[in-house]
Design a protein around this ligand. Sequence first.
Ligand SMILES: Cc1ncc(COP(=O)(O)O)c(C=O)c1O
Length: 401
Amino acid sequence: MTIWQDDAGRDLVLNAGPRLALITRGEGSYLWDSEGRRHLDFLAGIAVTSLGHAHPVFVEAVSRQAATLSHVSNYFATPPQLALAARLKRLAGAGVGGRVYFSNSGAEANEAAFKLARLHGGTERPRILALENGFHGRTMGSLALTAKAAMRAPFEPMPGGVEHLPATIEALEAAIDDRVAAVIVEPIQGEAGVVELPEGYLAAARSLTLKHGALLIVDEIQTGAGRTGEWFGFSHEGITPDAITLAKGIGGGFPIGALVTYGDASDLFTPGSHGSTFGGNPLATAVADAVLTEIENAGLVENAARRGAELRDILLDIGSPLITAVRGRGLLIGVALAEPVAGEVVAAAQERGLIVNAANPDTVRIAPALTIGDAELAEFRELFTAALADVQASLPGKVSA
Ligand SMILES: Cc1ncc(COP(=O)(O)O)c(C=O)c1O
């Protein structure tokens, strides 16, 4: 054990396993650890550092705003907050009637969405429909929306009214009625292993929720900010939801979340009905506005689509018998494995200096910065091919070429 491992084992809460390395510095798609090892980061802090590490735009925005104004309170508005709200409304197509609530994380954005659903539903509509295998966060409300029994069990009872359905149009048709306040879905279930919704699901959910007077809330926390090769996951489907939740990539590494509402859903929160001391502070909103400006100016949504297609081709071209499918869109990719060895593949990759993660035992998740280019892809190919070969060599006879 090194000193930092001792410190981490003693001082950090035991909600996560042993830390893999002590990361001391980042630049672009690379991280360096305390032993001076360089890592190619194809996880981006789980779809967070959209511009890569220490991007000049990010650094300038943090420095400039920290030197100007970092926090007031929600008694006041600030220019960065208004600029970001207007930008998010424009990018998300929320129109003049749209509104933005700022939080500090994804789970908090979903807490706000949960309360939005309750405000809409009142006592007449106690039901909220979410999806099996869905993940929406770890706070009590967002955990109630999250399906995974093992995550929920120690914390029961959950806030009531949430039902989890299989992700099929038929299941939604069968379950929805006029007592449903909201349907909440991820366009691609990231934590479940980068699993896309079935073709036409969002369109069907839109028409069913309209028919029954329920809100359609899309959790874009992992899929938003250009990651899937469109600004948002729902943009691929051409629908207009009632609300979306955002976090992760919009801040590019600065903690921030948001709930964007559309149309009538924008009138549900009234003074005093919700709030957060830090939510919408000028520092976080200035950084997110700068990150989104850079994503727009540098064409990074288009880059995510193009590099995502190249990455997919690379993965299929590796020809490893361990790879059975490549799921996802843009730069949110799940590599489905023939054996439940995602943990081993991730460890082998880490040994070779490549960071990816195991979304579940059968799936390696890849979510690099939206800025990646030829050099990063070429290095990824080399390292990931080697990592797969390492694991395959340790599985004699199990998976043959
Ligand atoms: C789809 C989705 N919703 C919500 C969350 C929770 O976000 P946070 O970890 O910022 O609370 C996550 C995080 O992984 C997520 O992927």
